[in-house]
Ligand binder design. Structure first.
Ligand SMILES: C[S@@+](CC[C@H](N)C(=O)[O-])C[C@H]1O[C@@H](n2cnc3c(N)ncnc32)[C@H](O)[C@@H]1O
Length: 207
């Protein structure tokens, strides 16, 4: 089974069995909101284009609208068609679009100011680590300003860890990202089992 086949099968199962936020494997809306709040710190998204990789129900788009952020364009993509159907029904705001798309298999040249990834890297499959690296690299190629992504952390409490989740070593992830840009920001303060990285385009801050 490929990584994508595993992801699609897993999320379809959650969609069929769980209500609300549970279809995305989240424990609570609060933890999702805390992650979104951290991603918002990536920069002012007003007037900017945003690609949301692994958009799920499109809740990040809804959060942007609720928060009054006047983004220029938002595209939410996901590899699970059922998720995109749900996202389309739940979001009808201006300049918001949803598509079934895999950025690793896409021949189209994508270019967005910000690429965000909230949660698509965390499901444990035999290929999670290599797929996550490919997605981060691709997201960085697409981003004109930067990439903001979160991951579940090995530093979380052992008794709260689940079998279906992949836990990343934040130090390894940062080392990997630093191979692309040293213009990095890291936050492991907002939840015990999660961290966020912002990767800005090389040279953004250099004089
Ligand atoms: C934990 S959910 C989070 C959804 C949304 N970002 C949020 O925070 O509400 C992860 C989502 O990523 C999607 N996903 C997983 N791997 C992906 C990939 N390689 N490309 C695009 N979407 C992916 C899943 O289908 C799922 O909808």
């Amino acid at each position: 089974m490929t990584h994508n086949e595993f992801v699609i099968e897993n999320y379809n199962k959650w969609i069929d069995k769980n209500p609300g936020i549970g279809i995305m494997g989240y424990g609570s809306e609060q933890s999702q909101d805390i992650r979104f709040g951290t991603l918002f710190k990536a920069g002012d998204m007003a007037g900017k284009t945003i690609l949301d990789v692994g958009c799920g129900r499109g809740d990040f788009a809804a959060k942007l609208v609720r928060s009054g952020v006047k983004y220029k364009r938002y595209l939410g993509i996901d590899i699970v068609p059922q998720m995109i159907d749900i996202a389309k029904k739940a979001n009808s705001s201006e300049n918001v679009e949803f598509r079934v798309l895999d950025i690793l298999a896409c021949s189209e040249k994508l270019s967005f100011d910000y690429v965000i990834m909230c949660g698509p890297l965390n499901l444990r499959t035999p290929h999670t680590e290599e797929t996550a690296k490919k997605l981060i690299r691709k997201a960085y190629e697409i981003a004109k300003i930067g990439v903001a992504f979160n991951m579940t952390s090995i530093l979380g409490d052992e008794d709260k860890k689940t079998d279906h989740t992949y836990y990343f070593d934040p130090f390894d992830v940062l080392r990997f990202c630093a191979g692309m840009t040293r213009n990095l920001w890291f936050d492991h303060t907002y939840l015990p089992h999660d961290f966020t990285v912002f990767m800005y385009r090389k040279g953004e801050y250099e004089l």
